[in-house]
Design a protein. Structure first.
Length: 188
């Protein structure tokens, strides 16, 4: 059974339209990602790693959860909430997938030779044996000391509450234990 020339042209037009829409969707995500790159870095290295995390190569489910929580207000942020408030949840998912597909940036500091601090073994259950993350927990290895210790303190102090387990875990640790963990993780 052969197709008529009109059917063949129609089928080709549908394929071109689908390819065009797919390219437009990819361009739309790329355009939104450019906004993220202003702070999180064009090359995956944040402009200010002390206050801004690496998102290139981070876990997609974790990125989506955080974007969702900034969007809903479950994780308040004077910076992130206005950036994501008008982005649909579907587009937030696409952004999470986009950044998760990137490679984690090459470390700009030498790896630490420090021994693992006391208590850090409990973190491996969620964050992975090498602290490179896994569903649903984020990668911690290689984030800046300042960012890590601030987030740990925020969980311990109840300022960050968008995770059910972390506040209790962080409250059970002393300031010096959290400090040692943040130094260790930053050096990985």
């Amino acid at each position: 059974m052969s197709k008529s020339p009109v059917a063949a042209v129609f089928a080709a037009a549908l394929l071109l339209a689908a390819a065009s829409l797919s390219a437009q969707a990819a361009d739309d995500v790329t355009a939104k990602a450019d906004t993220c790159n202003a702070c999180h870095g064009q090359n995956g290295q944040p402009a200010d790693p002390k206050t801004t995390p690496i998102i290139w190569g981070q876990q997609s489910n974790y990125l989506y959860k955080e974007l969702h929580d900034f969007h809903s207000g479950d994780r308040p942020s004077a910076v992130m909430a206005p950036v994501v408030k008008d982005i649909s949840l579907d587009d937030l998912r696409k952004l999470a997938d986009y950044f998760a597909a990137k490679s984690w940036p090459t470390a700009t500091h030498p790896a630490s030779a420090a021994a693992p601090p006391e208590g850090i073994a409990m973190c491996k259950a969620c964050h992975g044996q090498n602290f490179e993350g896994g569903a649903p927990a984020p990668r911690l290895a290689g984030l800046s000391y300042e960012y890590l210790v601030t987030q740990m303190r925020n969980f311990a102090d109840g300022e960050r509450t968008n995770n059910l387990d972390m506040p209790g875990f962080m409250r059970a640790l002393s300031d010096s234990q959290r400090d040692a963990m943040a130094h260790y993780l930053a050096g990985l």
